[in-house]
Design a binder for this molecule. Structure first.
Ligand SMILES: Cc1cc2nc3c(=O)[nH]c(=O)nc-3n(C[C@H](O)[C@H](O)[C@H](O)COP(=O)(O)OP(=O)(O)OC[C@H]3O[C@@H](n4cnc5c(N)ncnc54)[C@H](O)[C@@H]3O)c2cc1C
Length: 352
């Protein structure tokens, strides 16, 4: 375990609402660390529908979901938020008034006066493939995400699946693995056609193998896999020697560890908040975006943006209890413009 990371605000979830919260908090001089279980930024927009058009972001008649995330990242650049991706927040513990200790499943620890839960529908979790006896290998030689590519250098890797993750990791790990096999139950893929073409070219060049079929069992010792037993579509059995199995069977959303943080919950899936600052039942812990509930709540991106703005006003009181907050517009405040790194508009010369 490394040193405890001390910051003003820990934001749990790097979806669109967590990202915009960085902007609102940054304008009021609060520094943020964002943690997300996914290995990329953007929440549902980036994970579930990156290419779909969105038509109801105020002032933007149409953008793609990924386009919105890219624009948000550009907008919050001046505030230097730090990202911790591929990490699930496991515990949020109250250690002061308010002061919180936040711990991730990767052993990182944070300390902050304010915690913002922007965890959407909860954590994206991998679907477990229906392979009997897979549990003892999980986390040792069966992995549902690639956290460090180097961990697979020189290994015999078996990737299973036909979607974008399976194809992306096939292409990325092929040069690193000593041998790579892609296994899929059909010859059609859901992945981007460009990735499928690249994979087919690697197979054609003899650089990787592609096998049609399904994994039905695993063999190995002490969590270390040595071979996967498979079944072809014609019913014949086969074996693939491997040191690592990477099944990509999609993701489901579950509330996950949020349920154990001592917060009041509605129907065991949403966090009730008051509507002046979107604070939870624990002072100093806020919930914004899809994860919260209040009468009339709409699970829309624009609602979460509004919630982030009000949350930041109250968060300021915890971080700077002695400072008076003066309401300002970005259009006219030179101090806000300095924070954004934009030059103030030149003064108009008086008419002669
Ligand atoms: C197909 C589709 C189309 C949509 N179209 C529109 C639209 O046109 N307009 C609109 O306004 N809305 C639309 N939405 C809804 C919109 O995407 C959501 O309202 C928005 O994504 C909510 O943002 P969020 O940041 O609150 O949560 P999310 O986008 O869900 O992000 C939450 C993040 O928190 C992370 N997380 C959760 N728990 C933990 C944990 N314990 N530790 C670490 N990380 C955690 C998750 O991994 C996730 O990345 C659509 C949704 C879908 C599925």
């Amino acid at each position: 375990m490394g040193e405890v990371i001390k910051t003003d605000v820990v934001i749990i979830g790097a979806g669109p609402i967590g990202l915009f919260a960085v902007f609102e908090l940054g304008l009021l001089d609060m520094k943020c660390h964002l943690i997300d279980i996914l290995d990329k930024i953007g929440g549902q927009c980036a994970e579930l529908y990156p290419e779909k058009p969105i038509y109801d972001i105020p002032g933007i008649p149409v953008t793609s979901a990924q386009g919105l995330i890219d624009a948000l990242l550009e907008q919050i650049k001046p505030f230097g938020a730090q990202y911790h991706l591929g990490e699930m927040v496991q515990t949020v513990q109250k250690i002061g008034d308010p002061l919180f200790r936040v711990k991730t499943d990767q052993g990182k620890e944070f300390e902050s006066k304010v915690v913002v839960i922007a965890a959407g529908g909860g954590s994206f979790q991998p679907k477990r493939p229906p392979i009997p006896g897979i549990e003892p290998y999980e986390g040792k030689s069966v992995h549902y995400a690639v956290r460090k590519m180097e961990a697979f250098r020189g290994k015999r890797v078996l990737v299973v699946g036909g979607g974008d993750s399976a194809l992306d990791w096939t292409l990325n790990l092929a040069p690193i693995a000593s041998h790579l096999t892609l296994l899929h139950r059909r010859s059609e893929f859901r992945a981007a056609p460009d990735s499928v073409n690249k994979m087919t070219a690697l197979v054609g060049d003899g650089k990787i193998d592609f096998v049609l079929g399904q994994v039905t069992g695993l063999q190995g010792d002490n969590g270390q896999i040595s071979k996967a037993i498979g079944k072809s579509n014609d019913g014949s059995a086969f074996e693939i020697a491997c040191d690592a199995l990477l099944p990509f069977f999609g993701l489901t959303m579950k509330l996950g560890p949020v349920a154990n943080w001592g917060l009041e919950l509605k129907n065991n899936e949403l966090i009730p908040v008051e509507t002046s600052a979107f604070e939870t039942s624990v002072p100093g812990i806020f919930a914004i975006g899809d994860i919260n509930w209040y009468p009339g709540k709409l699970k829309l991106i624009l609602s979460g943006f509004h919630e982030g703005a009000l949350m930041a006003q109250k968060a300021h009181r915890y971080i700077y209890p002695d400072k008076k907050l003066v309401f300002q517009y970005t259009t006219s405040s030179t101090s806000l413009q300095k924070k954004l790194g934009v030059a103030p508009a030149p003064a108009t010369a008086p008419a002669a």
